[in-house]
Design a protein around this ligand. Structure first.
Ligand SMILES: [Zn+2]
Length: 190
């Protein structure tokens, strides 16, 4: 799709429940951090986000570079989500990509996950896949066995992209813990 169509879908998607809840959790998590974990009254900590909040934009992504094959990616600083309009085909795909990247954004900005480490990235990829590509709503993965397999294979593909030959092992090492970790919202799924 072109950037204009992508922006139009994005505006709609940001009003949907799951993206909205994730964005709220990121804002809340960051304001809690800025106040020193919520128990201090320290001021002067630089806000991590721009005044408008987390930036989400549609772009035409080039064939080369770190995002060569990605549908979307997280960039920082300042933190933002880039959607590759030229690799997205429908509103549903835009929503999947947004939810996926917002899980990464939550892990990176709020939970402090270092996404450049193989196992840490694998952990976040399992969570993102579970919430997005392998969510119950997106592919009717009502059976927990298939949903789990979907999360595992999707996370392996993503992690292998950055850690060729190593990604699958990293996913295996963290899979169970990551799959159980449904922060910031437990979707009640299995
Ligand atoms: Zn990912």
């Amino acid at each position: 799709m072109d950037c204009q169509t992508c922006q139009k879908h994005l505006a709609e998607v940001l009003r949907a429940e799951r993206p909205r809840r994730l964005l709220e959790a990121i804002q809340q998590g960051l304001s809690g951090k800025a106040k020193g974990g919520g128990d201090g009254k320290e001021e002067g900590t630089e806000p991590v986000l721009e005044p408008g909040g987390l930036r989400l934009v549609c772009q035409t992504c080039p064939r080369q570079g770190p995002a060569a094959a990605a549908r979307a990616y997280l960039e920082a600083p300042p933190p933002g989500v880039v959607l590759c309009a030229n690799r997205l085909g429908s509103r549903r795909e835009v929503e999947e990509a947004v939810v996926h990247e917002l899980v990464h954004a939550y892990d990176y900005l709020v939970a402090g996950v270092e996404l450049l480490d193989c196992q840490a990235l694998a952990y976040s990829e399992v969570r993102a896949a579970r919430a997005a590509e392998c969510s119950k709503t997106s592919r009717s993965l009502v059976c927990s066995y298939f949903r789990k397999n979907c999360a595992r294979s999707t996370a392996v593909r993503s992690t292998e992209g950055l850690f060729p030959g190593k990604g699958a092992g990293c996913v295996d090492a963290v899979f169970n813990a990551a799959y159980q970790d449904q922060r910031p919202h437990d979707d009640g799924g299995r």
